[in-house]
Design a protein around this ligand. Structure first.
Ligand SMILES: Cc1ncc(COP(=O)(O)O)c(C=O)c1O
Length: 372
């Protein structure tokens, strides 16, 4: 393998230009149609996308909003989460998951993730339940589904709301069903996500007509009728141009996800010796992120950068140790696995257009860097 590889090759972490080039005319046409209609906020571009994304997920409704953070915030509010409530989530996630709980006035109760899947520790979830617990907010981090059967059973047993943070899990499968096909799940359409807008975007999918209605109300200043405001709401509307872009891109999402799985399969075959999260039985990842754990992570990153390989870290500081979240009352040692992931996680390049040669190049240089 080593002899056939060039000594340097540029491998970006992701390549949005490669994604957009073949569909540029289609995107520009969709954007142009919105400009022609002056339908810049919500409107037909967003309506069409909502129908298509709900269908993609196998859900009845999608309510599009302007960010994945707003999707979390409104999903919690629409399910009645507010001051005095506790919401259980994981320490190892993007900060927006925890922030959204705090925006509602509820208190985030963090638990650790667990090996070998690195998904939320369902036993810790059950142990964290108190009379104030209102909801559980697991995250399908890296695109990898959590133990939904166990979480659904806990939610049912204790009469809790279950909301899934699926910001990284578009098209991931649980027991053959797409994430978002049951219950309420939130998505981010930030540009680098598996489905990304040309700007910010987010959405909530649900089968519950009353929740969907509440979400539509909350995203639009509590208004169904112009200048009449039935509840305190927000301006979390998705822009028409982003809806039109997302509507086009959703048509390609299954194909892109299949390509991500090809890349991940190739990495799996070459990186068997590395510690990686194991998928739970019956799940298929959307591979938003391909994580490996390496002891000397920062030095390895630098070595890889030196041979043209761009990597990332998700995330260098776990939520409970973020300076702005000290009031939550956790400290170093509270969640050992989340803390180890923060120190050792390395996200390898992964995107649908990545070639087999690029995968081999990354695997070879990573193996060398770790050995040196
Ligand atoms: C797990 C997770 N939750 C929430 C979000 C927030 O989404 P956004 O950046 O669109 O607000 C993200 C995106 O970065 C995410 O990865």
């Amino acid at each position: 393998m080593a002899q056939t590889l060039p000594t340097t090759m540029r491998v970006p972490y992701l390549d949005l230009s490669a994604q957009h080039a073949p569909i540029k005319d289609e995107l520009m046409g969709a954007i142009g149609a919105i400009i022609d209609k002056n339908a810049f906020v919500l409107g037909p571009g967003v309506d069409a996308f909502e129908r298509r994304f709900a269908e993609f997920c196998g859900a009845k409704y999608c309510v599009a909003v302007n960010t994945g953070t707003a999707a979390l915030h409104l999903a919690l509010l629409a399910h009645g989460v507010g001051p005095g409530d506790e919401v259980i989530t994981q320490a190892d996630t993007f900060i927006a998951t925890v922030a959204a709980i705090m925006y509602t006035g509820a208190k985030p109760i963090l638990v650790d993730v667990t090996a070998p899947s690195y998904t939320i520790d369902v036993r810790a979830v059950e142990a964290a339940i108190t009379p104030a617990t209102k909801a559980i907010l697991p995250v399908h981090l890296f695109g990898q589904p959590c133990d939904l059967d166990a979480l659904r059973a806990i939610a049912k047993k204790y009469n809790l709301v279950l909301i899934e943070d699926a910001s990284q899990a578009h098209g991931a499968l649980y027991d053959g069903e797409k994430i978002g096909s049951r219950g309420t799940a939130t998505f981010s359409f930030y540009p680098g996500k598996n489905l990304g807008a040309c700007g910010e975007g987010g959405g909530v999918v649900t089968d519950d007509a009353a929740i969907a209605d509440r979400l539509r109300l909350l995203r639009n200043h509590g208004s169904r009728e112009k200048y009449r405001h039935d509840v305190l709401g927000f301006n979390f509307r998705l822009e028409g141009i982003q809806g039109a872009v997302l509507d086009v891109k959703t048509r390609y999402l299954d194909g892109w996800t299949a390509q991500r799985r090809r890349v991940a399969g190739a990495y799996d075959a070459l990186l068997g010796a590395f510690e990686r999260p194991a998928l739970l039985p019956g799940t298929v990842s959307a591979y938003h992120i391909y994580p490996v754990l390496v002891k000397n992570r920062d030095a390895v990153r630098e070595t890889l950068a030196g041979v043209g390989i761009e990597t990332n870290v998700h995330y260098p500081i776990p939520c409970h140790l973020q300076p702005g979240y000290a009031t939550l009352g956790y400290s170093a040692g509270s969640f050992p696995l989340s803390e180890r992931i923060a120190l050792e996680e390395l996200s390898l390049p992964i995107f649908p257009e990545m070639t087999d040669a690029q995968v081999e190049y990354v695997a070879l240089h990573l193996t060398r860097a770790v050995a040196s």
